[in-house]
Ligand binder design. Sequence first.
Ligand SMILES: *Cc1c(COP(=O)(O)O)cnc(C)c1O
Length: 357
Amino acid sequence: MRRALDAIASYKPGRPPSPADGPSYKVSSNENPYPPLPSVLATIVEAAGSINRYPGMGMQELRSRIAELCEVSPKQVVPGAGSCGVLGQIVNAVVGDGDEVVYAWRSFELYPILVSLSGGRSVQVPLTEGGRHDLQAMLGAITPQTTLVLLCTPNNPTGPVITHAEVEEFLLRMPHDVLVVIDEAYVEFNRDSEAVDSLKLFRDFSNVVVLRTFSKAYGLAGLRVGYGIADEAVADALGKTRMPFAVTDLAQVAAVASLDAGDELAERVGAIVAERERVVAALEGDGWRLPQTEANFVWFPVGAATDDFVEAASQRGLAVRGFSGEGVRCTIDVPEANDLLIEVARSFVPQVADSRG
Ligand SMILES: *Cc1c(COP(=O)(O)O)cnc(C)c1O
């Protein structure tokens, strides 16, 4: 085994709910609680009739539909097996032995794993108090060895977005031969108008790669399809680091059908956002002061009480995501699950002096 593997903790998928007396909910993986739309399901079933064939390699239809959505050229669209797949392609393309990758911490658990796998070195820059990226500090962390910067907005697991002004200034001041990934897995849930307009910055800066997914808002987590928007030269390079046939035909047609049903899906996203606002208001009413979430989850920075929170939630039928010693991330689900969460959280409200997230 390569030495690099010793330093890597295996990726932990969100835990399933443990049996409880009442109904149980998996709110540990930020999935969409709604089942597939009938129109999307029908398309998948139809496509299943040809799975004896390899998928279409060019992914023309999918690429041109995403290009339309993002107002870019199809050549700038890089589909992959989930946006995790695309991120793997990016890391494989630009991170070699000893190269440095700068990102905020805590952020998405996959980042350190991919960097270590490639033989690179993670440079983790602590979030500020409200669970936000500290772009000044990240700028200071860039060295001649840096080949990649990862920005996660809204940030998983804390929830805040990075503002447009912050990212623009960062891009202006950093070396332009360093690739900057803006990971927007939750962008559809954002309602903050100051949040980064990543596609606009992509047009202005050729070192920006925008990462999006069909897993969360579009509800296709089980099919594995996401995409990057990248400069054509970067997109060509990423084509070389993709596993052949990484995106199955079922995933491709489901993604296209989901774009066809964009309005219906946007309604569902709206319902989740409305639930998020309701949950946040209830939590604030109970005395919580949480980081401002623009995603489909909330973050409880409960520190030493994390494991107890996870256990208490589990006893009520909620499987949540705890990071021992730091906090708990809980996905916004159907109203009944959210009500349970509000109840569980009530017994963990920190005292006023240390309640700031
Ligand atoms: C869920 C998530 C992804 C997307 O994963 P897929 O591979 O597209 O399912 C990417 N980035 C972050 C930060 C996420 O939370």
